[in-house]
Design a protein around this ligand. Structure first.
Ligand code: 2AM
Length: 183
């Protein structure tokens, strides 16, 4: 009706193919018959949830993200978690790596400085996690014998299209992280 359609967006990192395989298998083994598994192609770790924005703000978000300087890092998901309220089964870190914290905080700070209102669970309050399944009725979680690892060398601005019960995600833009020599 002449209105500019708002778009629901967030910043995230995507696991590589091998990690997706491990995560999908974990979800499949643990979600139980009631759980609704996240499709493998939709598995991601949110850095900052922004929410509904106008197309102009999408451009602004891309400019802000392009200005964030952070280093690439190895991510190792070494724990499973469960949030009973909505039955969220997730994979995350016992001790989130510093570069992940710095990336989420820098991004959140840059967005706030530009006057954008972002979810309180973002930035320093972030509990980094990949949701594996929803509506799970879970009693006990095994220790992860082998962590799920991958190298995070970019982050992305993602649009979430709420389609019936499952969200569809579309990467709008990706931003490289700086490669630093360990030596
Ligand atoms: P979740 O997997 O724990 O639901 C897209 O919705 C992504 O943004 C999901 O990874 C979701 O986390 C995360 N997210 C963070 N804050 C959110 C909010 N306030 N509303 C919806 N999704 C949020």
């Amino acid at each position: 009706m002449g209105e500019v359609r708002s778009r629901r967006v967030f910043f995230a990192v995507w696991p590589d193919q091998e990690a997706v395989g491990h995560l999908a298998a974990l979800g499949g083994n643990l979600a139980g018959s009631e759980g609704r598994l996240i499709r493998p192609a939709a598995l991601h770790l949110t850095l900052v949830f922004v929410g509904s924005v106008t197309p102009t703000q999408v451009d602004q978000l891309q400019e802000i993200a392009a200005g964030v300087r952070a280093e690439a890092f190895d991510l190792s998901l070494d724990r499973l978690g469960f949030w009973p309220q909505r039955g969220i089964l997730w994979a995350g870190c016992n001790q989130p790596p510093e570069p992940l914290r710095r990336l989420a905080e820098s991004l959140a700070a840059a967005l706030r400085a530009a006057g954008l209102v972002i979810d309180q669970r973002s930035g320093s309050a972030l509990v980094p996690h990949i949701t594996l399944a929803r509506r799970v009725r879970c009693a006990s979680l095994p220790q992860l014998a082998t962590p799920v690892r991958w190298r995070v060398s970019e982050f992305s601005l993602v649009e979430s299209d709420l389609h019936q019960s499952a969200a569809r995600y579309k990467t709008l833009a990706s931003f490289p992280l700086n490669q630093v020599d360990a030596g």
